[in-house]
Design a protein around this ligand. Structure first.
Ligand SMILES: NC(=O)C1=CN([C@@H]2O[C@H](COP(=O)(O)OP(=O)(O)OC[C@H]3O[C@@H](n4cnc5c(N)ncnc54)[C@H](OP(=O)(O)O)[C@@H]3O)[C@@H](O)[C@H]2O)C=CC1
Ligand SMILES: N[C@@H](CC=O)C(=O)O
Length: 809
């Protein structure tokens, strides 16, 4: 024999009741079918009763709706000839309900006892209709079988009597039994109820009394999910749970099963299967006594409860005093305040507990009253009430004795800038619960879901500023590479925000890279750096990365605040890393302190792995003795391209057109770009250096850098003739121009050099860069890194690599 329970949605419409019939047809065993009220009916009944009690006439409209729902369901389920008979039977119950509610209206009082009498009508009605719809079935009145005390609203079952009654009633039963859920009766036969969601409990009570093969809870979801799917799109069904895990998860917000359901079936070792009436083929979740089940993950699921208030009572007068906790929780219990989480430090000078916010004034008054004397004497000097909180819990039997779970959990949460307000973990190690601000709940769930591999993929949320050459190429590369990254590395890069200087666009769910430009035009808001930063912080998404593909110094000014808000920075913009040493050091320190990344590999040599290599050398204990490098793609391209037919001004234009030059090419021509790069290399080598410490030898007179960029383009051809004359002389001597950056003996200098044809820099084609590091380990023969040092595609690839680096995959 099996017990199957169908919830409110499962019997909420004629179509769904037909599904139930189909499911029952497939059963080979004898079955007891427990049914809830038609979805939403119990709420309507209770609301009608409450309206009646306060004297509003609106209850009549609610009653009419209740009647209509049932009559319409009958009309859809039964052929015309049968309808009158079933409607007549239904009407008897509906009229009885109406009479009681009329009575409530007349007396103007709604006692818990009356509420229980009224509350069960939904189940009585639905079970009547369903038993008529399955003619071979037999209806059983569960209110006569389940005996309870008189705690109306949530009665306690008398299992001794109940088990006997059930066993007698079903002693010779075979076939299909239809039983209303939720209802029971007390010792004098008055209706009681088992608490909201109590139909599950009815199923469990019957299952345990008859020691059946299994209890199936048919609902409208595919079982217990790893997290709330409305928040975590990647949440999936947990195939197997132990009784304890199911109990913990259902207590902490997963409303799949009514928590008291577990105990009776657990005691008898009866497996519980959660199934979806709308998707019967789905495996669902199996709850058994097997502890180490399913994938070998330390945690099975994450649950949360919103609308939480945390109350802390504090005072030195509490230390070492026995009975404080008992008085505190006794006072709360007397006021019917349900305590959801408790946390007390071993110092004993404070106790924090979490409750549903609706009880917070009741709780506060209870504490004030109970500890009035201690408050007067200043032995308890502080009662703090924090609202707008949520509790999150991770649950899993495999956490037991697994080291590092709490460390990993809180480390990951901390890195994402989420403040943990209180923590509780039972010695059973089955559940770790903690309190966060409600505004951090979504982020917390995502972070935890991902870090415990409950999510298949790691997700990065990218906010891209600048969609010119580099930024535009970056998005193209992400678009192309995304399927492979997802498949092979389980990495998803989501564009959560994007901006240029005119428009900005955000979408928590991700912006489609194929259409982002049109979307920016049609749906984008006016761009503003301040608002872009505020939006990133405000969205408070986990694994957020600000990617700066502008050359804007104000954009670089946003980094500190973003890092402080636990947003990683990936930047092609050289302004921040070459700003005042103090600022550079602060940004690096902030990133480290916050556990996020500040990456700028492309600041030197575009996509070449120069900074990471330098970091590896230094981190492994090497010392940088000398750096000698050609660091400007633009200048190298110019000196490789200039000829008697291609003058200087034209080579600059070509460098710009090929995407080597800065948005403002004067930055390249003036040596500023190279100076920035050398400064960054020296700093990353471990030296405290500033721009003023670099000697810059310019080769184009200062006057060309004054005025606007247009002035520069207009005037620079004046230099062509002189440059060509010098070039001829240089060529005649068999020499070449290279703009060289050098750091040695604590001195840094950049400038144009004439080099021999056999110099390592001579064979440097196009826009290539070359860096030579002489270190204590690479002393005689330097380490050399060479290759394309500029260009949109290679730079975008370098930015892309930095973004991937943030994920630590
Ligand atoms: N090209 C290369 O080889 C390399 C470049 N880099 C660096 O990459 C960065 C980008 O270069 P590149 O792509 O060539 O430059 P582009 O001029 O092509 O693009 C710059 C982008 O930044 C946007 N932008 C500028 N100011 C703002 C602002 N205030 N708010 C929002 N967006 C803004 C621009 O928007 P709009 O179009 O609306 O003005 C544009 O989308 C530079 O810092 C450069 O030094 C680093 C290594 C190599
Ligand atoms: N403008 C730069 C681009 C890379 O940083 C260069 O020419 O090297």
């Amino acid at each position: 024999m099996k017990v199957l329970k169908f919830g409110g949605t499962s019997v909420g419409s004629a179509e769904n009741i037909q599904r139930v019939k189909e499911i029952l047809k497939g059963q080979t065993d004898d079955v007891i079918v427990v049914v809830s009220a038609l979805g939403g009916i119990t709420d309507k009944i209770l609301s009608a009763a409450k309206m009646a009690a306060i004297g509003t006439g609106y209850f009549q409209a609610e009653l009419t709706e209740i009647n209509t729902r049932h009559y319409e369901t009958i009309e859809k389920l039964f052929v015309a000839e049968k309808q009158a008979d079933i409607k007549a039977k239904t009407t008897i119950l509906l009229e009885e309900l109406e009479r009681i509610i009329q009575g409530v209206s007349l007396i103007g009082e709604l006692t818990p006892k009356t509420l229980d009498k009224i509350g069960g009508f939904g189940e009585r009605l639905s079970s009547l209709i369903i038993s008529e719809y399955i003619p071979e079935s037999k209806w059983f009145d569960s209110s006569k079988l389940i005996k309870t005390n008189s705690n109306f609203g949530k009665a306690t079952v008398d299992f001794g009597q109940t088990n006997q009654l059930i066993q007698t009633a079903f002693a010779s039963f075979s076939g299909i039994a239809i039983v209303p859920g939720f209802i029971s009766s007390n010792e004098v036969g008055e209706y009681t109820t088992l608490g909201r969601g109590g139909s599950d409990y009815t199923g469990a009570i019957l299952a345990a009394a008859l020691d059946v093969a299994s209890l199936e809870i048919w609902t409208d979801v595919n079982g217990f999910m790893t997290a709330d799917p409305r928040v975590i799109s990647k949440a999936y069904t947990i195939k197997m749970l132990s009784y304890s895990e199911a109990m913990e998860l259902s207590h902490f917000g997963a409303k799949v099963i009514y928590p008291p359901t577990i105990l009776p079936v657990y005691k008898k070792g009866i497996p519980v299967l959660i199934k979806n009436t709308m998707d019967p083929e789905n495996e669902g979740t199996l709850i058994t006594d097997s502890k180490h089940n399913g994938k070998d993950l330390p945690i099975k699921g994450i649950s949360s409860i919103s609308n939480i208030t945390l109350i802390t009572i504090q005072g030195l007068g509490m230390v070492g005093v026995t009975g404080i906790s008992s008085r505190l929780f006794g006072a709360l219990a007397r006021q019917n305040v349900n305590v959801i989480l408790i946390s007390q430090a071993s110092s004993e000078n404070s106790i924090s507990f979490a409750i549903d916010s609706s009880s917070s004034s009741k709780a506060e008054a209870a504490i004030q009253q109970e500890f009035d004397r201690e408050i007067q004497l200043d032995q308890i000097n502080k009662i703090t009430i924090e609202e707008n909180l949520a509790i999150v819990a991770i649950v899993g039997e495999n956490m037991k004795h697994a080291t590092g779970i709490a460390g990993k959990l809180f480390n990951t949460i901390g890195k994402n800038g989420i403040n943990i307000i209180a923590i509780a973990q039972g010695a059973s190690e089955l559940n770790i619960s903690w309190v966060v601000k409600i505004s951090d709940l979504r982020k917390t769930l995502n972070v935890v879901h991902e870090s415990f591999f409950l999510s298949e993929n790691v997700e990065l949320n990218v906010f891209l500023l600048g969609i010119g050459l580099v930024g535009g190429n970056l998005l193209e590369q992400i678009k192309q590479q995304q399927p492979k990254l997802l498949k092979e590395k389980h990495l998803k890069i989501k564009l959560a925000g994007v901006a240029n200087s005119k428009k900005m666009l955000f979408n928590r769910e991700g912006i489609d890279i194929a259409t982002f430009r049109e979307k920016m035009t049609t749906e984008g808001q006016q761009s503003s750096l301040e608002n872009f930063k505020n939006e990133i912080i405000g969205l408070n998404m986990y694994n957020s990365i600000f990617v700066d593909c502008t050359a804007n110094d104000q954009a670089a000014g946003l980094y500190a605040e973003l890092l402080n808000a636990n947003v990683s920075i990936v930047t092609a913009n050289k302004v921040a890393a070459s700003s005042d040493y103090e600022n550079y050091a602060l940004l690096k320190k902030t990133a480290k302190r916050k556990g996020v990344k500040f990456l700028f590999e492309t600041n030197v040599g575009a996509g070449l792995p120069i900074i990471t290599t330098l970091n590896d050398l230094v981190n492994s204990g090497d010392t940088i003795v000398k750096i000698e490098a050609v660091l400007s793609g633009t200048l190298n391209f110019i000196f490789n391209t200039i000829s008697d037919t291609v003058p200087l001004s034209q080579t600059i234009r070509m460098a710009k057109d090929q995407g080597f030059a800065e948005p403002d090419p004067r930055i390249d021509l003036s040596g500023v770009d190279v100076a920035r790069k050398l400064l960054i290399l020296v700093r990353e080598s471990g030296y405290q250096f500033d721009m003023k410490d670099i000697k810059i030898n310019t080769f184009i007179p200062e006057k060309y850098f004054e005025g606007s960029v247009d002035d520069f383009w207009k005037n620079i051809p004046e230099m062509d003739a002189e440059f060509e004359a010098n070039r001829k002389k240089l060529t005649a001597k068999g020499l070449l121009w290279r703009f060289v950056a050098k750091f040695e003996d604590g001195k840094a200098e950049i400038g144009l050099q004439q080099i021999e044809a056999n110099h390592p820099f001579a064979d440097l084609q196009g826009s290539n860069n070359l860096v030579m590091f002489n270190t204590e380990r690479y002393l005689e023969f330097p380490m050399i890194i060479k290759g394309y040092g500029a260009g949109a595609a290679v730079t975008a690839a370098g930015v892309f690599a930095d973004i991937i680096r943030v994920s630590n995959i």
